[in-house]
Design a protein around this ligand. Sequence first.
Ligand code: PMP
Length: 392
Amino acid sequence: MEHLLSERIKSTPPSFIRSILKTAADPEIISFAGGLPNPISFPQEELLVSMERIVRDYGSSLFQYSITAGLPELRQYIADRYNRKFGLALGIENILITTGSQQALDLISKVLLNTGDGVIVEKPSYLGAIQAFSQYQPVFYPVELTEEGMDIGRLKDALDHDVKFIYAIPDFQNPTGLSYSAENRECIRKVLTGREIVLVEDDPYGELRFDEGGRIPYIGAGRLPGSILLGTFSKTVTPGMRTGFMICADTELLKHISVAKEASDLHTNIFSQYLIWDYLMHNDYDAHIAQIRRLYKEQAQAMTEAMDRYFPKTVKYTRPRGGMFLWVTLPEGVSALSLFPKALEKKVAFVPGDPFYINMANTNTMRLNYTNADCRMIDEGIRRLGELLREI
Ligand code: PMP
């Protein structure tokens, strides 16, 4: 059947993580490989109450077809929240509910990309985005990510090419855990001002800041006319309900994206949208997020403290101040991929850095997730990994 396959799917990398997760499914393995929120962060009791209430109060509307743009009440909630927190001036016409922000990545590329068009991504970037964009066969221009954010010189070089959009995760990035500084955001904004280019800011982790600092303003939202901001309830309420959203000042662009969404799934599951909306209306969402932050702060600290204790000094790692991941850099020339089977023998798993880059193999980097093991398991897993790293 191979000859029947489209070029599109042949050029799309399979999800490396999913195959890794299968190998790491052994319950004895301490896995830092996944990207799952901690299930104790799901407000299950409250969601059960909401579920009963919405079925009682909204009856058949929950089970009927609905509009593509998404539940107006939920869109209004999102517009109000972002207006309040970020001084934006959004109305519901600026919000499109998506089936997770993953769908937004697909829709944006469907609407903007012809084969061979340029896309700027961070180096490294979120592998699910690389996968979504790859289906439309673009040319990628990866721009080095530094402790401060995007390397501005390299961004300018990349912009010399014919580029349709830039994809960035400025807060607690997946995979590195790094955030862009205010200065870096300002520089990017300056570089992009006046250019005909879309900036996609993907922000699933911004709410999960666990240090004291406040939020740094977005690069594009409210400042650059062609910018799109992505959000999701996946990391703060539940990923299983697949409810995300796209915020876009340019309503014409958003209309095209809505057409693409309509063609793809008509609308996002309306039961999920009612459920999330009702939960938000009847609970203290910010207090709930604060609890998740406390939990993840403890887990991140347990991981970096264990690394300080067990890792050789030649191994470097980021110290995230939010989000779910940290990024480890091994000495030059050491392949994280080749360490992976040895790590499994020691019953510990991570994601080798390779799939977060465009066409790079045997990189000396790895991503670790700290939100899915308790502090004692984190310490033990890092001790095992440390043993392995001292042998290289
Ligand atoms: N963007 C980034 C950067 C992510 O890390 C993820 C989740 N792993 C997504 C998008 C997709 O999230 P959602 O559940 O909202 O589809």
